[in-house]
Write a protein that binds this ligand. Sequence first.
Ligand SMILES: [Zn+2]
Length: 200
Amino acid sequence: MRFFTEGAANWKNLQDLPNCSFVCGYCNVYVSSVKGYALRLQADSSGYQIGGVYICPNCGGPVFMSPNGGQYPSPPFGRAVGSVPDDLNKIYEEARRCTKENCYTASVMLCRKILMNIAVNKGAEEGLSFVEYINFLADRGFIPPDGKPWVDHIRKKGNDASHTIELMDKNDAEMLIRFVEMLLRFIYEFPSMVPKEGGQ
Ligand SMILES: [Zn+2]
């Protein structure tokens, strides 16, 4: 993706800046930028740089590096997974964005939806509870043997929030995203990398 065609439009009077490397919050690509607009201290004549807006060389988007070390926009939390069915992938990407925006309860609810969806795709009945879906995935071997502590933790968390909406924290959301990422990779991405029988 690119916001505008190079040459057809440009940022006015870009400054040369010390190199800054980051994962762009717009295009999700790891880039190094040396162009943008510096944010400088006015207190002394040196004008020490404390932050700035860096232009992403890949998409042309402006990324703000704040004086306290923040990056806005920052990339989604976790990693993208290939070959995931479209609808499922949209929910996963939404959960990743929720997590980086500190919307942890929303992220956890979306991850639960993904896990229930995977279980139904794999033959579970509809209308079961969240914990029953997790049990289904564990019983059918979709979760590796060493994944048991994860499953127990997620089961416990699922019980906590079964009838009331309980606020989830950063750790809950990040752990669940990692877990869902692993499952999606095993169930959709890895099998798609194996040549089909009879094919090349
Ligand atoms: Zn970019």
